[in-house]
Design a protein around this ligand. Structure first.
Ligand code: BV8
Ligand code: ZN
Length: 269
């Protein structure tokens, strides 16, 4: 099915039973959350992907916590934008009409949930949850700073005079184990149930929308060709082309906060 513009897409969406959305960091960009691969992806002399690894954690957990505490400080101040809201309001109308909706997100900022999205599968964890390395318990944690030792720390400026954060500065579980961000780092496997949910939602939907993702991180990026192979209409919303663009049914170029309302508002009719 060829889709040439917004009206064509809205017609296909209106006729759908099952919709699956994959979101990436670009959906939160208009809320002021830096994306990974854009300009904001650097912190001091590291890119986010250097620090979001088990090796970085093993080498210097205090530095990894300083990086995540900085991001938590930033995320504590941001609010959902029109993209998050358009998705949450669409989901409410869609499910009230008895249709099936799944939002699969790569984001860890909790802004979809804050906007009211309900059926959210978080592939890469949550910056607002911590996990004990010993007993594995996952608990919500909104402490900013994560411990008093990090007050005023975290500046992304490479010239920052850094201090070392030792065990006495880090957060611990009541069992005595060290607490880490409950986030899937590069080289770590995703939760089997989460990726299973996401694969099922991509494999059986009529319309799949990939919004704000550079489509380079796997297995999340693999959901896009999977939806296409399963016969879905695949729509990409991104100001830039991505490696997925050649394989999608239609690409709408522009910021999610501007494009999504035009694609979703008022549906289902
Ligand atoms: C795994 C948490 C099995 C971190 C994240 C070698 C060794 C080990 C693994 C690999 C390897 N080679 C490949 C792999 C697999 C690896 C991978 O895919 N690497 C890539 C980089 C090549 N994947 C993994 O490691 C995954 N695990 O495979 O386990 C395994 C195990 C062992 C060994 C092998 C395999 C785990 C991946 C999860 C990593 N964790 N997040 C944190 O947040 O701190 S991923 C991280 O990138 C974020 O979650 C982010 O969401 C995600 C993807 O990035 P995007 O969301 O797409 O964001 P990005 O900045 O890239 O792009 C933003 C887009 O938005 C752009 O396109 C831009 O144009 C657009 N945009 C900008 N403004 C707007 C906009 N769009 C709309 N509106 C706007 N206003
Ligand atoms: Zn514990």
């Amino acid at each position: 099915m060829a889709i040439h513009g917004v009206e064509d897409f809205r017609r296909a969406l209106g006729a759908a039973r099952r919709v699956t959305v994959l979101s990436g960091a670009g959906v939160s960009a208009e809320s002021g959350v830096p994306t990974f691969r854009g300009a904001g992806g650097m912190w001091r002399r590291w890119s986010a992907t250097d620090l979001a690894t088990p090796a970085a954690w093993a080498r210097d957990p205090g530095l990894v916590w300083e990086f995540y505490d900085y991001r938590r400080q930033r995320m504590a101040e941001v609010r959902p934008n029109r993209a998050h809201i358009a998705l949450a309001e669409f989901e409410a109308r869609w499910t009230a009409a008895g249709r099936d909706f799944t939002l699969v997100t790569q984001n860890v900022d909790g802004l979809h949930e804050a906007a009211g999205s309900v059926a959210v599968t978080r592939l890469h964890g949550s910056i607002w949850h911590v996990r004990c390395v010993s007993c594995g318990q996952v608990t919500p944690n909104r402490d900013v700073p994560i411990t008093p030792a990090f007050a005023g720390a975290g500046s992304p400026d490479p010239a920052t005079k850094t201090r070392w954060f030792g065990p006495g500065d880090l957060p611990f579980c009541k069992c005595g184990g060290l607490l880490r961000p409950h986030i899937v780092w590069f080289g770590e496997s995703l939760d089997a149930q989460d990726i299973g949910n996401a694969v099922a939602a991509a494999s059986r939907c009529d319309v799949f929308i990939a919004v704000g993702t550079s489509a380079v991180v796997y297995p999340a990026a693999g959901l896009i060709p999977r939806a296409r192979a399963a016969g879905a209409v695949v729509c990409e919303v991104n100001p830039e082309p991505t490696p997925a663009t050649p394989d999608v049914t239609v690409h709408f170029s522009g910021p999610a906060g501007e494009v999504l309302p035009g694609l979703l508002d008022g549906l289902p009719g």
